[in-house]
Design a protein around this ligand. Structure first.
Ligand SMILES: Cc1ncc(C[n+]2csc(CCOP(=O)(O)OP(=O)(O)O)c2C)c(N)n1
Ligand SMILES: [Mg+2]
Length: 621
């Protein structure tokens, strides 16, 4: 009689065989391939299994943490992480692991790494991969695949077309065809993730290769060279040599690793500096030339006003994305010079007079070398004007305008003042995001993070956990909405499990206020925006978080201080009210939207608004 073996037993047996092979081949080699040897030759060298080679390559890249969830296909790999002392972090849902890798990359400037099983593990991770793609963040996914050998069985579990799924959301997918390729594929993925405009790269490794043994001799390759177009640079210098032209700098995330150079160039050119949302902090907000976020109607008043006096905009490491410009509503200037590492971004959304494909720091340092030809005289009236304008913005944020419950913008200004300049702030996709971009001043790069261009709700919760893990010395705070919370809150159980002291503030207004703001003016009613109310105190208790509540403006600063004074992960329930303040970004978007309609569309919109305004409506939800 044939014994019945169920799937779990079969996979368990497979695991045992794997372990036997590993121990038969690896113990002497395992120590042989540890870091001492990497340090000498910087690569993966020696006889080992595919799983060990993958772990060794990650150690070689000095990965701080691999975020993910194991599964039948990649248990071998997770075991190798442990054997090779590669730090890892188990998430509650793979939707979080790519986000945590992204956040770890944002706050450290290094490549973040996640590891998933094929099929649902991968599809769960895809929103986060998309966010890293749109926000130019270098992450590497170690994605296990099913058996793809010729003649492999059909109907394999998780056998979705994983390679095809990955292509549209990554810079590259390296599909491994033989165990010999594993470390080289991982090194190449890191190189591509970092090269040019950073972004996600994936390595797809069919699970049978993890147990195959090979003699590896795989050095880690050098980084890709950075291009520089000397001719375009000379044309930029010609524009800057005309000292009558007043320069304004618009800096994006591409300047994150060039902060001192950016500041030096701004001083040398006496140029006000505005940033994109992702570029916040690339020049410290306390600097006399920093005007805050954006330079149109959507950004700070200081930036909008200061850039009215500018003739020449020097846009560096920035893309003029939809969100950063409130749907491309950016003021035109006499001259725009666009410098970015990705040639496909150059002059694309806003026509530019000169484009230069360059790394931001290389470009800025070249400008400093040419300072004698372009330097402007110090301009104290400009500093005073900026200081005055910024003071007006600060006063507005610090004033309570919404007396009932908590005024969100007032809360954000108080949160800023309660935190040290080094602390890390994560803000989710809520109506308050744009107030945060306006009002939260940031004194250095990589300290203010938001899912800027893919706008994936719930992102900030796992992101703040990932950041806290790799930056234990910093306080990480997360501001999220109650809708975002419903999407991602269970991941807080991982922060509780690991004792990560992240502080999460959830703005509870019982609704998708962001959607209500978009819907109400044009439909005169709201649809599918009222969300489930939950008991936050019970939730916190249930997953092992500390709890605090802030219910009125008078308690905002004391309440924030109470939360920051508590040890461990804390959930703070902030009862907010949105009625009574303008969101500049939204006003800019609205006027841009109306302008973009043709006459017929405008007439239909006006008719609908007219009819619904006079018709009683009780059907908002
Ligand atoms: C995954 C995802 N689904 C839907 C949206 C569209 N969206 C943007 S903001 C928002 C509502 C956010 O609600 P909440 O978190 O409660 O924040 P609030 O605006 O109420 O402060 C929605 C549905 C999105 N950005 N991402
Ligand atoms: Mg809400």
């Amino acid at each position: 009689m044939t014994p019945k073996v169920n799937r779990r037993e079969a996979l368990g047996a497979l695991g045992l065989v794997g372990a036997a092979v590993t121990t038969a081949v690896a113990p002497a080699r395992a120590s042989h391939v540890e870091l001492g040897r990497f340090a000498r030759r910087h690569g993966v060298h020696g006889r080992m299994t595919g799983a060990q080679a993958a772990a060794a390559a990650l150690r070689c890249e000095q990965v701080r943490c691999v975020f993910g969830v194991p599964g039948a296909q990649n248990n071998e790999l997770w075991d190798a992480f442990k054997a090779y002392r590669q730090p890892y972090f188990l998430v509650a849902h793979e939707a979080s692991c790519s986000v945590m890798a992204d956040a770890a990359a944002r706050v450290t400037g290094e490549v973040g790494v996640f590891c998933v099983v094929p099929g649902p593990g991968l599809t769960n991770a895809m929103s986060g991969i998309g966010e890293a793609l749109f926000d130019s963040v270098p992450i590497v996914g170690i994605v296990t695949d099913v058996n793809r050998a010729p003649g492999a069985p059909i109907g394999q579990v998780h056998g979705l077309p994983n390679e095809a799924l990955l292509h549209p959301v990554t810079k590259t997918v390296i599909a491994v065809r033989h165990q010999a390729e594993i470390p080289g594929a991982i090194f190449e993925a890191f190189r591509i993730a970092r090269a040019g405009e950073p972004g996600p790269a994936a390595v797809l490794i069919p699970f049978p290769f993890y147990m195959e043994v090979w003699d590896y001799d795989q050095p880690a390759p050098p980084a890709y060279p950075v291009p520089f177009d000397e001719g375009a640079y000379r044309r930029i210098l010609c524009h800057l040599q005309d000292r009558r032209r007043r320069v304004g700098i618009y800096a994006g995330l591409g300047c994150a690793d060039a902060s001192p150079s950016l500041t030096a160039v701004a001083e040398m050119l006496q140029a006000p500096v505005a940033t994109s949302v992702s570029g916040k902090g690339c020049i410290p907000d306390g600097h006399p030339l920093a005007v805050g976020w954006g330079y149109g109607k959507q950004g700070t008043r200081a930036a909008e006003t200061a850039f009215k006096d500018v003739d020449l905009v020097l846009a560096i490491g920035v893309r003029y994305s939809e969100v950063s410009t409130a749907n491309y509503a950016i003021p035109q200037h006499d001259t725009l010079i666009h410098v970015d590492i990705n040639p496909q971004n150059l002059g694309k959304n806003v026509p530019a007079h000169v484009c230069l494909c360059s790394d931001a720091r290389v470009f800025l340092d070249r400008l400093m070398a040419d300072a004698p030809a372009i330097r402007r005289a110090p301009c104290p009236p400009l500093w005073q004007k900026i200081q005055r304008l910024r003071q007006i913005d600060r006063c507005e944020a610090q004033r309570v305008r919404i007396p009932e419950c908590v005024d969100p913008l007032y809360f954000l200004s108080q949160l800023r003042s309660a935190l040290g300049p080094e602390e890390l702030i994560f803000v989710d996709v809520t109506a308050s995001t744009h107030w945060a971009a306006e009002s939260i001043e940031v004194q250095g790069p990589r300290r203010f993070c938001t899912p800027a261009d893919n706008q994936s709700m719930g992102w900030a919760i796992p992101a703040s956990i990932g950041a806290q893990l790799v930056r234990p010395e910093r306080q990480v705070v997360c501001v999220t909405g109650d809708g975002c919370f419903l999407m991602a809150a269970m991941e807080l159980s991982s922060a509780a499990r690991a004792g990560l002291p992240v502080k999460v503030f959830v703005f509870d207004d019982g609704a998708y206020h962001y959607m209500q703001m978009l819907q109400e003016p044009v439909f005169r009613r709201t649809t599918a925006t009222e969300i489930a109310r939950i008991d936050y105190a019970a939730f916190a208790r249930g997953v092992g978080l500390g709890y605090n509540q802030i219910a009125c403006n008078a308690d905002v600063l004391p309440g924030i201080q109470r939360t920051l004074g508590l040890a461990g992960p804390i959930l703070t329930h902030v009862i907010v009210n949105y009625d009574g303040r303008e969101i500049r970004w939204l006003s800019a978007l609205r006027s841009r939207y109306i302008d973009s309609l043709n006459t017929g569309q405008k007439v239909r919109l006006a008719a609908r608004i007219g009819v619904r305004t006079v018709t009683p409506r009780a059907d908002s939800d």
